[in-house]
Design a protein around this ligand. Structure first.
Ligand SMILES: NC(=O)c1ccc[n+]([C@@H]2O[C@H](COP(=O)([O-])OP(=O)(O)OC[C@H]3O[C@@H](n4cnc5c(N)ncnc54)[C@H](O)[C@@H]3O)[C@@H](O)[C@H]2O)c1
Ligand SMILES: N[C@H](CO)Cc1c[nH]c[nH+]1
Length: 922
């Protein structure tokens, strides 16, 4: 429905003053004669709804009338004798003109008003009053009622405007309504038309000159307070999205001043007129003032202006509105505006603003993902729509366009009457056809297919000089690319719930859905290294796996010997732990803390462990070794490897061989969140485990975090491991090709990987040599598409010296730290936070990834500050014990009694007192 409600409809009869246009735009539509439109249109504020008056003399063809609506006119007012009005009244409306956008200008004696409801398809009516009927007269009231009934105005709220005699006849003298006329007409449910030349803009208390009408007084005429103080409750909403900012009060005086000046003024119940922002500077520009349906409450639509210390409406300076912080699109708009004003270099949003190609590619990518999202997965649709809105809004903000303008554009489009066919442009139609083809449906996890990127575009890491980086920029640059963790959790939750509730049936369904494998059972039992399997493994790969296994085993077995200072057998002799069979390496920590008081700590394997071996974008037998060997060394009795099956249902032979080497007790042929759910909750076929270890993509990580927090599952995880990352420290002695190759070796893992180069005092030419090597090597890689996306999220930091390099590295806490500098051991010693360190130019990270002996399952996302990588301890828990002799209890007991009494825990004290008494009797 068009928005035409007002008590006074100003008819433009001369070029208007800006002051008048300002008031009109804040409170009423404007009636513009067609012949004035070309001159007036450029002057009209974009928010002002205008109606074009068409007479019989200047009626254009119906298509040209439709063009007026398309160009932004709220409605057309057609004189009754114009051909389209005659056609409408004859029941044969022109196809191109929707009646809902037409007002008819009828004489008071028009037979069209004879029947209630006869005109109800129209947007409204303007009724020309006879010369002897003032707008407030009884005759006018009767006319208003008759035409109101024909229009169905009482039900719809559509306007009936009464035009005092001569008002709409250009050049003719016209009667001017009085304020009383306007008020009486309002009581009869009608409004009044007045020429703008007859309107006076008056401040509170001023008298209208003779022959003119107090414009604002007329607009306020219908207001009718139901409060003793005569004020009006007023909701204040933002110009975009109509977000509620607060509730205040208005009086006729405060509204008058607001409409006149365009700055919000309210009525304080204690202190009189409240000129918003007078002291704080946080003023409000009034966009529109409206009354509610019974005219006893007001709405102010405003643009909030920031003051010196105060940006919002609420007296709490950190808040935008009195009802709390913004949310959704409004909050996103504020954040993006703030980022644009003070964008920390390196923050993702800052890059979006400065890199049009990146933003363009992301927009296309997100639009494609939304198009591909399945209706059956509404959460995924919402997730992708949110992504697209984020990038769309970033695009707008970059161009200085806010949501208010976007909404205005939507409203303008909604007013168009000439509809385009809505067909897609040919290149997009062709792309869509490709992606909807049966085998073209893109998986959500196949980023290499997403944005169309020029393969020859340079692959270059963004570089920053430490000296130019502010404290807040430093914080932003140390952050990892944003992960959509909350949204991913929402996708993962139903998967976990399905497996928890429906067990194997859900597990098999999800395996078919995500990994395209139709299985009859999810479990594969040993033997794994059958002849058929071994035939499919290249001999050199088998030898490499054997060497890797030996090294990893040696290093992880050695880790058991660092736990204590006594042999396992001693524990048994103390009488506390009865088990036998501990081997020499199962050392026990034993300390006699005071004579006769012996404390011990010893390890026991976690009984059932799940080892997740990723398999989405690459098959990773190396990860099976990295998890399986320490679990084997720790002697966990149940060791289940979980890994996504290939589409034919099989497991890669190399993973089967790794399972054989590490003595896995079974393989779960499932991946993603469903595998994690099956391990955490157990199904008929899958044994429940006590701990789930191993890296994976964001679905796997989110699922691990969720099951860890589910008390029902009673399962722990190794760490929140995420996308791979590496930080390389290089100086003038480094080999540029080596540095580039190390950076790329992690960038190729996936689009979310991040690599960081910390360059110590390199010249431009030295840095250029590394960048050139990155570009050249990357373009030759088969996984170049992943590399390009990872490099987009990566940074080079140019630092002046080794101390600053280490400070950056320790703050970043990389998963992998590669030190390719002069005297690398010194920097290794200065390392405080890192998952694993690669020291010197002959120690590429790849060696640790596969075969040197260290583990490659490491903490990412700065969790190296508090987590270790997977190691033998990951698969054990440590039990402590103590044994006291009688003398030991005599010496320690009284202290324990005092402490228990101090905590008012009598039973604790008693357990010692009883024994001390028994000892006294001996
Ligand atoms: N930090 C480490 O130690 C380390 C080591 C190796 C690998 N990684 C990382 O592990 C990750 C491996 O990821 P991957 O994808 O190749 O294999 P993955 O096995 O982790 O994930 C594949 C599974 O994801 C699920 N999945 C895919 N799309 C989905 C969707 N739209 N909804 C729900 N589930 C979906 C499927 O179930 C599929 O089986 C990479 O990010 C890599 O960097 C890390
Ligand atoms: N670099 C990975 C850890 O982030 C592990 C890996 C597996 N295969 C090769 N590399």
């Amino acid at each position: 429905m068009v928005t035409l409600g007002t008590t006074l409809l100003p008819l433009l009869d001369a070029l208007p003053s800006p002051a008048l246009l300002g008031v009109v735009s804040r409170a009423a539509p404007l009636l513009v004669p067609l012949h004035l439109l070309p001159d007036v249109l450029p002057l009209l504020p974009p928010t002002l709804p205008y109606i074009v008056h068409v007479t019989a003399i200047n009626t254009p063809a119906p298509d040209a009338l439709a063009d007026l609506l398309d160009a932004g006119a709220e409605a057309l007012l057609l004189d009754a004798d114009t051909p389209p009005a005659l056609a409408l009244l004859g029941g044969n409306p022109p196809a191109s003109l929707p009646a809902a956008r037409i007002l008819l200008h009828l004489p008071a004696d028009s037979p069209a008003a004879a029947e209630p409801g006869a005109l109800q398809g129209l947007a409204g009516l303007v009724v020309a009053l006879p010369a002897d009927s003032a707008a407030g007269s009884e005759a006018a009231t009767a006319i208003a009622e008759r035409f109101g009934a024909a229009l169905g105005a009482a039900q719809s709220g559509k306007p009936v405007y009464l035009a005092p005699s001569g008002t709409l006849s250009p050049g003719a003298p016209a009667a001017v309504a009085s304020l009383e006329d306007v008020a009486s007409a309002a009581k009869a449910g009608a409004s009044v038309v007045a020429r703008t030349s007859a309107l006076a803009l008056l401040s509170e208390g001023q008298e209208a000159p003779a022959g003119s009408l107090d414009f604002i007084g007329a607009l306020l005429a219908p207001l009718n307070s139901d409060r003793a103080d005569g004020h009006f409750p007023t909701t204040v909403v933002s110009a975009s999205l109509s977000t509620s900012l607060g509730l205040v009060y208005s009086s006729c005086a405060s509204i008058r001043e607001s409409l006149l000046t365009g700055a919000a003024v309210y009525q304080s119940r204690k202190r009189g007129l409240w000129r918003k922002g007078e002291t704080s500077g946080a003023t409000q520009e009034v966009v529109r003032v409206r009354f509610d349906c019974d005219a006893d409450a007001v709405e102010f639509r405003v643009r909030q202006r920031a003051g010196a210390q105060h940006a919002g409406f609420c007296h709490l300076t950190q808040r935008d509105g009195c009802f709390g912080p913004q949310a959704g699109l409004a909050a996103l708009e504020s954040t993006l505006l703030a980022r644009k004003a003070a964008a920390p270099p390196g923050s993702y949003t800052a890059r979006l603003f400065s890199d049009p190609a990146l933003l363009g590619a992301k927009l296309r990518e997100e639009a494609a993902e939304l198009a591909e999202a399945k209706d059956e997965d509404p959460q995924h649709v919402a997730f992708e729509a949110a992504d697209l809105l984020y990038f769309a809004l970033a695009r707008c903000i970059r161009a200085g366009v806010g949501l208010e303008q976007v909404e205005a554009s939507l409203d303008r489009k909604a007013k168009k009457v000439i509809r385009r066919t809505g067909d897609a442009k040919p290149q997009f139609a062709a792309e869509q056809a490709k992606s909807s083809a049966p085998n073209g449906a893109a998986a959500a996890s196949a980023p290499a297919k997403k944005a169309e990127v020029d393969p020859n575009a340079p692959i270059k890491i963004q570089s920053y000089k430490l000296a130019d980086i502010s404290a807040s920029e430093r914080v932003a640059l140390l952050k990892r690319p944003a992960l959509k963790s909350a949204a991913i959790q929402e996708l993962v939750r139903p998967i976990l719930a399905a497996v928890k509730e429906r067990g194997d049936a859900a597990l098999l369904e999800l395996t078919e859905k995500f990994d395209k494998a139709k299985l009859s059972t999810p479990m594969v039992q040993p033997p794994f290294a059958t002849e058929a399997v071994m035939k499919r493994i290249k001999p050199e790969v088998k030898r490499a796996m054997d060497q890797a296994y030996a090294n990893i085993h040696a290093f992880h077995l050695a880790q058991k010997r660092t736990g204590g200072n006594a042999k396992a057998a001693d524990v048994g002799s103390g009488g506390v732990v009865a088990e036998t069979g501990e081997e020499e390496e199962d050392a026990v920590l034993e300390v006699e803390t005071m004579p006769g008081v012996v404390c011990r700590r010893f390890a026991r394997p976690i009984e059932r462990v799940g080892l997740y071996v990723p398999g989405g974008t690459a098959v990773l037998p190396s990860t099976a070794l990295m998890l399986g060997v320490p679990a084997q060394v720790a002697k966990c009795p149940v060791r289940i490897i979980a890994t996504p099956p290939r589409p034919d249902g099989s497991i890669a032979p190399e993973v089967l061989y790794a399972a054989h080497l590490v003595g896995a007790t079974a393989i779960l042929a499932a991946g993603g969140a469903q595998a994690v759910g099956a391990l955490a909750y157990g199904t008929d076929a899958v044994p429940k485990v006590d701990k789930i270890c191993g890296p994976g993509n964001q679905f796997v990580t989110a699922a691990k975090l969720l099951v860890q927090n589910d008390m029902d599952a009673c399962v722990s995880i190794d760490m929140p491991a995420g996308p791979s990352e590496v930080l390389v420290i290089a100086d003038a002695t480094s080999n540029p090709d080596f540095v580039a190759s190390d950076l790329l070796s992690q960038a190729e893992h996936g689009p979310d990987s991040q690599v960081v180069l910390v360059a110590i005092d390199l010249t431009d030419a030295q840095l250029d040599a590394i960048e050139t090597a990155i570009d050249r090597q990357a373009k030759a890689l088969p996984r170049c598409a992943y590399v390009r996306q990872a490099i987009e999220k990566s940074v080079t930091i140019r630092v002046p010296n080794r101390e600053e390099a280490m400070r950056w590295s320790n703050d970043y806490a990389p998963e992998h730290l590669i030190i390719q500098t002069d005297r690398p051991e010194e920097l290794a010693k200065a390392t405080i936070n890192a998952g694993s360190i690669f020291v010197g130019q002959w120690s590429p990270e790849s060696c640790g990834d596969y075969a040197s002996g260290t583990n490659h399952s490491l903490p990412t996302n700065a969790f190296a500050r508090q987590y270790s990588g997977v190691n033998t301890d990951t698969f054990v828990k440590r039990i402590t014990s103590q044994s006291l002799t009688a003398d030991g209890l005599r010496a320690l007991g009284p202290h324990v009694v005092h402490l228990a009494e101090c905590e008012d825990l009598e039973a604790h004290a008693n357990a010692v007192r009883l024994r001390l008494k028994a000892l006294e009797k001996q």
